[in-house]
Each structure stands twice: as structure tokens, then as C-alpha cells.
Write a protein that binds this ligand. Sequence first.
Ligand code: SF4
Length: 355
Amino acid sequence: MEYREALFYNQLQNKEVECILCPHNCKLKTNEKGKCGVRKNIEGKLFSECYGNIAALGVDNIESRSLYHFYPGSNVMAIGTNGCNLRCSFCQNQHLSQNTNQIFYSRKLTPDEISELALRHVKNIGVAFTYNEPTIFYEFLKESAQIIHDKGLKNVMITNGFINSDPLLDIIDTIDAFCVSIKGFSDQFYQNEINESQLQPVLDTIKRIYESGKHLEVIVLLTPKSYDKKEEFVKLVDWIADEINADIPLHIHRFYPNLLVDSAPTSLEILEEFRQLAIERLNFVYLSNIEKTERSNTVCPDCMQLNVDRSNEYTRITGLTEDGKCSNCNRKIMKNLEVEEESENRFHQSSYGEH
Ligand code: SF4
């Protein structure tokens, strides 16, 4: 296993270290690992255990990464490693995120090799850092993102937002788009269900990303633990509308049972109830992790013209101008797109190596 010295940590007395990458700010004695399970104190220095250990890699439609307003219909190459700084009791990806006793990976790749792979794929806009939490493979993320950016490709980060301000701001120039996942709608939920974490740092991250001008979308996972939290959900929606922007796309993601939680999938009725609450304040609300329907389409909130059709197997840009305005009423819908003659693409066009 290759160890890479970590960025963002402090050396303390008696060979202790303090990791300051995420708000857990773990203090570690020698040979101890942080809550993420992949950052370890070795003789008074902090090391990443997952640098370049690619556990999942696939090329998919950008929509499958929960980015609907960022080059719709394009492809993006997704990569991930092991570990996560959150421990959600309902994790949908626990085989990668919570399996850190034995670090596994399917291939070892350098940042250069990642960028070369990304360049080889047709209609591929760049690389999505996803599957597990990219913050915990920060050193690899940072080096890769710089090279990918320098080669003219896009970087996107699908993140739980639980990252401290300095490391976020240190990479933000090289990341083009973020999708931030909100796991629950209150601090209490993060305390009880997610290894003593807090919601506020996630909201701070969302605000910082928005203020940086980078593309931002937000996703919430509706699990059985959140069905009775409608008031908290409404507060969250209000916060996005009032403190960020009512045009930020919100994805309401369907839960499916897994090894950790053996409950029925979120019903379509519950998804629709929450969607109705969200569209009271937000202009672009999507249901995701369900079969594509008209609920996956982008529709102009002013004139109701269909802008992007995702209701079938293909993403089709049907009603946008080249600069991302509604072709009927000229309202701004999105800024990152390439409208081509045949601007359509299959969902999940290809995928390989994904566990
Ligand atoms: S990144 Fe890992 S080691 Fe660092 S503070 Fe977060 S959980 Fe702790």
C-alpha cells in the first residue's frame, strides 16, 4: 500500500497529529486512523492510505451524477476510492465508503493516467470525483484536478460537503461543478444518525461554493429516517431559497434498501409529497434514482416550456438557446451547456470497473 503524506494537518506534542481536513478535526496518536478510516498517524506524520487506489471507475451520463444543469447529455468519467468521513446508517454505497478495514482497489492510477483515460472517451467532458467521499482522498483529488483542468477538461465533485473551509478554497479554482449531498435536515439528525457530525458545516460549504461562482446543485436522500421530518425539510428548502438561490437545482433521491437498512424503497407517493413541498420555493426540483419520467425534465418555471427532456432513455435539449435561456420566453435556465445538432445522449451509456 502506498502512503502519501497528507495535506492540512498539525503536528502536536508526543507525536500526536490533528487532521484539519474536515470538521471532525481528528486528533490521532501514532498508529491511529481518523474517523474516515483512511488517514493514519505514522510516527507523528499524517498519511493518506488511498492515494491513487481506484476502487471504482465508470463512464456515465452526467445526469447519473446528479448534475442536471451542467452540460446536460454529456458523459463524464467517474472515479472513487475507499472510505468516508461520515458514517450514515443508511449509506447507499457502503461497500466502498465503509469498508476500510481492508483497503481494496481494482487498479492503481496516477493523476496523469486519470487525465489520459478521460481524454480517450468520446463526448466526455472530464472527471467526476464520486462514489465515496472525495474529501478523504484529498491529495489525489487535488493533483488530479489540476492536471485535468490544465488539459481543458472539467472536474466535478460529488460531495457530502463535510470539508473545512481552507482545503475547500484551496481546490475550488480547479473544480467546475459541485453536487452537495445533504443527509438530513437538522444538526440533531447528523448527531444521531451520522457519527456525531453536524449540518452547519455542510451548509457553510454550500454557501462557499455558491459565493465562488462555481456550478452548484444539491441532493437530499429521502430515507425511512426522514419521512416524518417534513418541517425540517421545509426549513432546508427555505434556507436554499433565501440564503442561496431559488434557481439551484434540488434532487430528491430515492432510497433503496441495502446491507445496513432493510426497509422498503422510498415510495413514489412520499417522493412526490416532498417534491410538492420543495417546488413551493425552488424553481428546479427533480426526483432521482427512479425511472426517468417527466419529473426528470427541465421545464421553464416562467412559461412552462420543456427545456430538457429526460423522460426517455435519452437526454434531449429541446428548448434552450445556445446561451442557456428558455427558447420561448428567454428566461435564464442554465449557463453550462453545448447545444449541438443532435444534442442527445443515452443514460448510462457505458460503465466498467464499477463495484
Ligand atoms: S479527513 Fe478523516 S482524519 Fe481528517 S478530520 Fe476528517 S475524518 Fe478525521
